[in-house]
Design a protein around this ligand. Structure first.
Ligand SMILES: [Zn+2]
Length: 270
């Protein structure tokens, strides 16, 4: 996979430290030189918008200085491609961006992050990775009426009955663990499916049924990352220090398949 070209590891870990409230963690203490490459915490390999030749947003995206409270798992409702290449992943990102911009008049692609069936993780909406590194939140357009407090991950494919490829699930675990660390989220509370907020089948019955395992795997990974961060910085951070959030409201489930509402009347941006 491509390596970062945008915010570097130091920036991202500083974001994690700021978001975690571990005030004594300085950027110098978590420099790349101080991190073991075999146990490195935080961000998974990531492709930036420039990598997939993103179009600039038609109007500036909005960035909140508050972190999101939930990570929303989506499926793209596109074909379950057998092409797991990086080139295909970039093509996917471009297609996901073009459709809402050209058809719906949105400013940019709706979701903050995209994961291809080959497991390639890509920045979605403009300024997303910089905002994550800062512990901030780019308002997306993926979960109606909840875009101001949710960060969305689009997972390539249709998972009503099909099982996501292992490479995709590995990257989804990595990505969710990274987000939970940066934003200080309890994975058991924070990771939800699109259908938990809107009337939609998204992310498909199969992927939705896998969310309990995803939360468990992310919690395990997060404990490893917190342990690593503690070793690097000398500051112990436990899962118990992470805040919890109110129960996620459930919504009615509908039988008709479609991706589901992405923008509602209470959202401030498209
Ligand atoms: Zn969705």
């Amino acid at each position: 996979m491509e390596q970062n070209q945008g915010p570097d590891r130091r920036t991202l870990l500083r974001g994690a430290a700021v978001a975690s409230g571990a005030a004594v963690i300085g950027a110098s203490a978590v420099s790349p030189a101080g991190a073991s490459p075999t146990t490195s915490a935080a961000e998974p390999p990531m492709s930036f918008r420039a990598d997939w030749n993103a179009r600039p947003p038609s109007s500036p995206v909005q960035v909140l200085q508050t972190p999101p409270t939930h990570v929303v798992v989506h499926h793209t409702a596109t074909a379950n491609s057998t092409d797991h290449s990086l080139a295909h992943a970039y093509s996917l990102s471009r297609a996901i961006q073009n459709h809402p911009m050209d058809t719906n008049g949105w400013a940019d692609t709706g979701q903050q992050l995209t994961i291809s069936r080959g497991g390639h993780v890509m920045e979605g909406r403009d300024r997303t990775l910089q905002a994550i590194g800062d512990g901030h939140h780019v308002i997306g357009a993926h979960t109606a009426d909840h875009n101001s407090h949710t960060i969305g991950i689009e997972n390539e494919g249709t998972y009503s009955t099909a099982t996501p490829p292992a490479a995709l699930m590995r990257s989804l675990v990595d990505t969710c663990a990274w987000l939970c660390l940066v934003y200080r989220l309890d994975p058991q509370e924070a990771i939800v499916g699109h259908r938990d907020y809107n009337s939609t089948n998204c992310p498909g019955d199969k992927l939705y049924s896998m969310l309990p395992d995803l939360r468990r795997d992310v919690a395990s990974r997060l404990r490893e990352q917190l342990s690593h961060l503690g070793r690097v910085t000398g500051v112990e951070i436990s899962l118990e220090q992470l805040p919890t959030f109110p129960d996620t409201p459930s919504s009615e489930r509908v039988a008709t398949f479609y991706h589901g509402p992405a923008v509602g009347e209470f959202d401030v941006s498209l």
